[in-house]
Ligand binder design. Structure first.
Ligand code: TXA
Ligand code: MG
Length: 321
């Protein structure tokens, strides 16, 4: 493929080409409403293995399978009434359900890293949906970045992070939500929050009742212990959270109107949706050698603020040597 075609606008022809590439076991990066995904045919061992290799992702971290309809999702996993209600209310959208995998489901054994469950979602992005429909296969897709680094919310970010390791990048512009999907585990009796994300927890518990949260943001008795915080979403520069102001040499990522001296501001009107959409792009923009670190203003912890604080905490966690 020529360099000219490496990043492409989503014309009908490009979608056809992308679907063909997926069918041949190749990797295609595509936009979703949350972040860009690194897609492959979820039924193919070889294609799914290529995702792990391109991202340098540890094998024990399972992948989300993207489908275009609830009917397609039901063919892969068992839906109980909680799953039905959540899917009807929030799909297509930034919600991933971890469900018990149907025996005989046409999925690579590498998808779930040996677990009896599978994570499923229908993305709310017309390009993503068109690609899944045309490829006629469930599409496995983690965020299209090297493992542990900041997720991509623009096609350019994918090129910077994964460059020559994908066959095609479809450029659908900036991701509207900007944070990954909320992941809920419904495979057991109690619903559990595995990752806060684009659908606020409050909206989910309104539909299915209490959800078990192991999250230092809400659980006061379980303060964030550095050991539990795997470094993730990490820029090259160190990140300092809950910073009232920058120290000498630091970049300052502000929030709201009173962030004095902010290098960039997540949302001057203190809007959490706007802040979520800006977060990863602004972390990248400030990840420059002239700064000693990126200091980030305090962000409220309700609604999307839970997911924003989760990503920032991990970005600031001690790095692997
Ligand atoms: O918004 C998103 O979810 C994006 C877009 C591309 O859809 N994808 C994404 O994928 O963020 P990834 O691979 O970066 O994160 C998937 C998360 C991981 O935390 C993984 O451990 C969890 O989902 N996960 C996947 N399958 C699972 C399973 N069977 N059981 C428990 N957790 C699972
Ligand atoms: Mg990721």
């Amino acid at each position: 493929m020529t360099a000219r075609h490496f990043i492409s606008r989503p014309s009908r022809q490009v979608l056809r080409q992308a679907a063909r590439l997926l069918g041949r076991g190749r990797l295609v990066a595509f936009p979703t409403e949350t972040v860009y995904g690194l897609g492959a045919d979820a039924a193919s061992d070889r294609a799914v293995a290529a995702i792990y290799a391109a991202k340098r992702r540890p094998w024990h971290n399972p992948l989300i399978v993207h489908v275009a309809s609830i009917a397609a999702a039901r063919r892969l996993a068992r839906f109980d009434s909680r799953a039905e209600r959540l899917a009807r209310r929030f799909w297509p959208g930034p919600l991933t359900l971890v469900l018990r995998r149907r025996p005989g489901a046409r999925l690579s054994r590498y998808i779930s890293a040996g677990l009896g469950t599978v994570a499923l979602r229908i993305p709310a992005n017309p390009v993503a949906l068109a690609l899944i429909r045309q490829s006629r296969c469930p599409v496995a897709a983690p965020s299209a970045n090297s493992s542990g680094r900041v997720s991509p919310t623009r096609a350019q970010h994918v090129r910077q992070s994964l460059g020559g390791r994908v066959s095609l990048i479809i450029d659908g512009g900036a991701c509207a939500v900007g944070l990954e999907s909320t992941v809920i585990d419904l495979s057991g009796k109690a619903a559990r929050l595995l990752r806060p994300g684009g659908v606020p927890l409050e909206a989910l518990s309104n539909v299915i009742g209490p959800i078990v949260v192991e999250d230092p943001d809400t659980d006061e008795r379980r303060p964030a212990s550095p050991g539990r915080l795997l470094s993730h979403y990490a820029p090259s520069r160190p990140v300092r959270t809950n910073a009232q102001e920058p120290r000498v040499g630091e970049a300052y990522l502000g929030f709201g109107g009173c962030s004095q001296g902010a290098t960039l501001n997540l949302s001057t009107r203190a809007d959490l949706e706007e802040a979520a959409a800006n977060l990863f792009a602004m972390l990248r923009a400030l990840d420059r050698p002239e700064f000693t670190a990126i200091a980030v203003a305090p962000i409220p912890r309700h609604g999307l603020g839970r997911a924003i604080n989760d990503r920032l905490r991990r970005a600031a966690a001690p790095r692997r040597p």
